[in-house]
Design a protein around this ligand. Structure first.
Ligand code: ARG
Length: 435
């Protein structure tokens, strides 16, 4: 039996019913739906809109329903229209008219808006914790290989010497900004829409500040139309999640590259790699490739949300039911990516010898050689040119800046002396830059 049976003379068509139903997606908000209803019923009684007895009966039965769904003794009906309908119907089945009083002064429009916010608040906290753990893993990895020197790249060409730790620290900084964005979006979302009703509030003397406070919201929405139709928080969170995935995809891409035989800067633990069905020698960094790929999925969720919301007239429209699939998927995806990366990074071995070898080729200390000439009084542009000539000379004779004799150096510029070898030592280059 539908909520709106009074107005209708026919049952819904079965396919239409399935099409209209959101239970498969929103049943995961059952706890939040019940928490919101308990706060609403408590407020209704406090304001004398329903009796204390009814409120107690409602709250007790709702707590039982929550418990039973959690322990599996109450199964959610897959044919229900949505979780709100299912819980209200179950409640009414159990306690009769008291249950029918719960929805006084409320609409499913403000109800669902409360539920999503409560649910996403929890998701934000869970993700925040995971990202913090990932940050710790990356920091620990850097510390584990403290003095390891590697080439820093621009254009994926060896540029200047850095440490492995300095490279990883860049990701720590990205993820810290992500945490800031997540906390900021959560704060803006933490406003109660309850009391907005269908769109125009309610004529009952409800206490919106009370329900907001009971539910841990910082305040309540001032416009009731906006309260039921705002999904900015989904857009904002999906943007934050997309940026996180950009960062994870960059880290993943680097790990893919570092795992290749051409680089071999790192080796993933066997437990976090996969093999090939045909090539016995293969050990593939599938996890990182999947994270890279799943970033596309999260960006897709963001696009879904933007497109669903674009051009919607006020206030609630059923289009908005599509919000949950997208934002839940985005959270699920980012959480599983972060959670999978943590142990993979924890067990990842770096190979400092290979990093060092790569850093020793490619003249990545050429800038330091030029800076050395500057310290001898040469203007930088002249020092740059002289060093360029030396690099060309080295390439021609198969030498490196380290192996080139002082005589050869001095043929290009008289200012060179023994000190140049100290100046271009990779350890010194890195130390001078505080890397
Ligand atoms: N399942 C709906 C949603 O997720 C709940 C709100 C229904 N409101 C309505 N007026 N049909 O958006």
């Amino acid at each position: 039996m539908k909520l709106w049976a009074g107005r209708f003379s026919k049952e819904a068509d079965k396919k239409t019913n399935d099409f209209n139903s959101s239970i498969a997606t929103d049943s995961r908000m059952y706890e939040e739906d019940i928490t919101g209803s308990i706060a609403h019923a408590t407020m209704l009684a406090a304001k004398g809109i329903i009796s204390k007895e009814d409120s107690v009966q409602i709250c007790t039965a709702l707590a039982e329903i929550k418990e039973e769904i959690a322990n599996g003794t109450l199964l959610i009906d897959p044919n229900a229209e949505d979780i709100h309908t299912f819980i209200e119907a179950t409640l009414t089945e159990r306690i009769g008219s008291a249950g029918k009083r719960l929805h006084t002064g409320r609409s499913r429009n403000d109800q669902v808006a409360v539920d999503i916010r409560l649910y996403l608040r929890k998701e934000c906290d869970a993700l925040y914790e995971l990202v913090e753990k990932l940050i710790a893993s990356i920091e620990n990895k850097g510390d584990e290989y403290k003095g390891a020197i590697m080439p820093g790249y621009t254009h994926l060409q060896r540029a200047q010497p850095i440490t492995f730790k300095a490279h990883l620290t860049a990701y720590v900084e990205m993820l810290k900004r992500d945490l800031g964005r997540l906390a900021d979006a959560k704060k803006r979302m933490n406003v109660s829409p309850l009391g907005s009703g269908a769109l125009a509030g309610t004529t009952y003397p409800i206490d919106r500040a009370m329900t907001a406070q009971l539910l841990g919201f910082d305040s309540y929405t001032l416009s009731t139309l906006d309260g039921v139709s705002d999904r900015d928080f989904c857009l904002e969170l999906a943007s934050v999640l997309s940026i996180i995935m950009v960062h994870l995809s960059r880290l993943s891409e680097e790990i893919v590259i570092w795992c290749s035989w051409e680089f071999k800067f790192v080796e993933l633990d066997d437990a976090f790699s996969t093999g090939s069905s045909i090539m016995p020698q293969k050990k593939n960094p599938d996890i990182t490739e999947l994270v890279r790929g799943k970033s596309g999925r999260v960006f897709g969720d963001l696009m879904t949300l933007l497109t669903v919301m674009k051009g919607l007239p006020l206030a609630y429209n059923k289009d908005m039911q599509e919000d949950k699939d997208a934002i839940f998927d985005a959270f699920d995806t980012v959480k599983i990516c972060v959670d999978t990366l943590i142990p993979m990074i924890d067990t990842m071995k770096a190979i400092p010898e290979n990093m060092r070898k790569a850093a020793a080729g490619g003249f990545i200390n050429a800038t330091d050689c030029a800076d050395y000439l500057v310290s001898k009084g040469l203007p930088f542009r002249d020092a740059y040119k002289a060093t360029g000539e030396i690099v060309a000379l080295c390439i021609k004779s198969g030498e490196t800046l380290e192996s080139l004799s002082l005589d050869k150096y001095r043929e290009v510029c008289e200012l060179f002396d023994e000190g140049v070898y100290e100046a271009i030592k990779l350890e010194n280059c890195v130390a001078r830059r505080g890397m």
